[in-house]
Design a protein around this ligand. Structure first.
Ligand code: NAD
Length: 597
């Protein structure tokens, strides 16, 4: 990617305040969001342009970064910049209501849609891994994921442990950009977390930022402290400096059975996101450079042991769930390739198995004989009911850089939705326990429920923020965006669309329609990516940004975008036959043309 640019070296991170270097706030917002993604407080390896999630980048090279900055600074209010896999490739006159930036990352034609082909193109400098919010300039640090992780674990507590994680031990792996949210999300739910992480510096980073409480090299000590905390009903988290697969096997040997087991190593990328067992980080990094094929093979062998251990824990009574890193898909593909044959998608498999009462297809078999997909993904297990209502992770960023602006929005969202107890609890916890990284930002799940005027929750809140910017109560414009993991913006058969009721898991028309619709209604940045959290060829997903600068134009855009975007989630799930989505469509007056057929 070349050497970091002089601009970044001189002052890494986003500009703050009300003076702008671009022609308008829409372009300035794009620039600040790009720079925010590369803030050393926000990004995992900003000097390599890596934001999070294995190799998720914000720009293809430092030259491309400089060129994007120059284009944004020069971009007119009626122009649109095209960014192809992190490189600016064109600029057209469009119109004021059109998006200012259109982004496509990592997309490949079906037959060539593989890591192998992607790596060939990447080596030639022709493509970039955009992950989800890395290449769409919407990453806001670990806080971006924390509410989703918190809500997901809260739902697990409700489903399996009569309402709370108090006294429960959650075991996981990976304390990177996203995975680092896990210990805090567990303790926010009153539970105890043991997290394996091979890279000690990552554990230190989570401890420094308040996401994890303690660390140790000694698993026995971790189990002892965790058990004592759970017995006392105290929240507690510990990072264990160890390979996650080795840790789970050691837990089995000790006959330690946690309450929940999951994983957020970056297993979606066997070469650059996951560490094989038997190496220190430095040794493994060396092996990756000297013999990438061997690295990848050993990485997949470790993942196979990792999944076997997860399944064995499940067999012994632990609730096992995949947390969206495609570790099941990786192992299933690896086995299929090694043993000959093709790995089936979730629809063809007849669905993945569930915890607690849902029979496993091979129940009674030993872990080694079971399929990697014999434990569920977190979306069908916990999140889909929210998607059916158009609910998803809505996030907003204060371009002023002033935390007071976010605190004002915290007040606004709680005033606007007095009946939402869980949201109030979340905002209180976030204010107390989540430190800002880079530009101050917040996230909460809002959906398609409409008020008397037909405004969705998301639209109402965005319009409220826009009013606060207009009146000067908020110092500078606010960008509203979201995760790519949202109700109507993803096709990902091993994650967001796993086990869809009608078997439409792999149909990628939905995210494409979502991106087209976002352009039609005038979002300010619209992006479409392949890959993301589950790796090349496994997902297509989109994002949008709307800049709330207090103007009438911003209000018009917000009203439209935040009606259609959650609306797409409702339509997508209604089409798949989910009754709650059909009910939501009726309640929110969303047209579903062939509803009865
Ligand atoms: P990251 O690359 O920032 O961090 C991954 C971490 O895992 C690193 O710290 C690495 O040292 C550690 N690691 C790798 N192999 C390990 C092993 N065998 N044992 C112990 N530690 C190991 O990635 P991230 O942003 O934290 O994302 C993690 C994964 O979770 C990715 O696959 C991502 O796509 C997925 N994800 C899912 C969701 C979701 O909503 N479901 C959200 C975020 C991330």
């Amino acid at each position: 990617v070349g050497d970091p640019s002089d601009r970044w070296r001189a002052d890494p991170g986003a500009s703050r305040g009300t003076d702008i270097e671009c022609e308008g706030w829409r372009q300035e917002a794009a620039l600040r969001m790009l720079d925010n993604n590369l803030d050393p407080e926000v990004a995992e390896r900003p000097e390599d342009l890596v934001v999070y999630g294995g190799t998720g980048r914000a720009a293809r090279s430092w030259d491309a970064y400089d060129a994007i900055v120059a284009e944004l600074r020069d971009l007119g209010d009626a122009e649109t910049l095209l960014v192809q896999s992190g490189k600016p490739v064109g600029r057209f006159e469009t119109h004021e209501r059109a998006p200012r930036v259109l982004i496509a990352n990592s997309n490949l034609v079906g037959k060539w849609d593989t890591w192998e082909h992607f790596h060939e193109l990447e080596a030639k400098g022709l493509i970039m891994y955009g992950q989800m919010t890395a290449g769409s300039w919407a990453y806001i640090g670990t806080q971006g994921i924390i509410q989703g992780t918190y809500e997901t674990l809260a739902e697990a507590g409700r489903q399996h442990f009569s309402g709370s994680l108090e006294g429960r031990i959650v075991v996981t792996g990976g304390l990177g950009g996203m995975g680092g949210a896990q210990p805090l999300a567990v303790t926010m739910n009153e539970g105890v977390c043991i997290a394996a992480e091979v890279d000690e510096a990552r554990i230190d980073r989570r401890i420094d930022t308040g996401y994890c409480q303690e660390k140790t090299d000694d698993l026995a000590e971790a189990i002892e402290r965790a058990t004592a905390a759970a017995d006392a009903g105290e929240p507690y988290s510990v990072g264990v400096h160890v390979n996650a697969a080795d840790m789970l096997e050691a837990m089995l040997e000790r006959e330690f059975v946690p309450d929940i087991v999951t994983d957020q190593t970056a297993a979606h990328d066997a070469l650059e996101g996951y560490y094989p067992s038997g190496y220190t980080v430095a040794e493994a990094d060396e092996l990756r450079d000297s013999d990438p094929e061997r690295y990848e093979r050993e990485s997949l062998e470790t993942m196979e042991r990792h999944v076997d251990a997860l399944l064995e824990l499940q067999e012994r009574g632990t609730v096992a769930v995949e947390y969206g890193n495609n570790i099941r898909g990786q192992v299933a593909d690896f086995r299929a390739e090694r043993d000959g044959g093709r790995s089936a998608g979730s629809a063809e498999r007849g669905g993945s198995a569930g915890n607690d009462g849902t029979p496993w297809p091979l129940s009674g078999a030993t872990a080694r004989e079971r399929d990697a997909f014999d434990f569920p993904g977190f979306v069908p297990a916990y999140v889909r009911p929210l998607f059916c209502e158009g609910k998803g992770p809505f996030r907003w960023v204060a371009l002023s850089g002033d935390p007071a602006d976010i605190h004002r929005t915290d007040e606004a969202v709680t005033e606007l939705f007095p009946e939402k107890d869980a949201l109030h609890r979340w905002i209180d916890l976030a204010q107390e326990q989540v430190s800002f990284q880079g530009l101050p930002a917040r996230v909460c799940w809002l959906g398609a429920d409409t008020d008397d005027e037909g405004l969705t929750e998301r639209a109402r809140f965005a319009l409220r923020i826009n009013d606060l910017v207009a009146s000067g109560e908020i110092r500078a414009p606010v960008v509203v965006t979201r995760d790519h993991l949202d109700a109507g913006s993803v096709a990902s058969p091993n994650r967001e669309t796993e086990d869809m009721r009608d078997g439409s898991d792999a149909v990628a028309d939905w995210p494409i329609l979502n991106a087209l619709l976002n352009c039609a209604v005038g979002a300010d940045i619209v992006s479409v990516h392949d890959g993301g959290g589950v790796g090349i060829g496994n997902a297509v997903h989109t994002n949008n940004h709307v800049v709330l600068d207090g103007s009438d134009l911003a209000a018009e855009k917000a009203r439209r975008v935040f009606t259609t975007d959650p609306g797409m989630g409702v339509v997508r799930h209604a089409d798949a036959g989910y009754e709650s989505a059909l009910e939501q469509a009726r309640a929110s007056d969303i047209a579903v043309p062939m509803e009865d057929r």
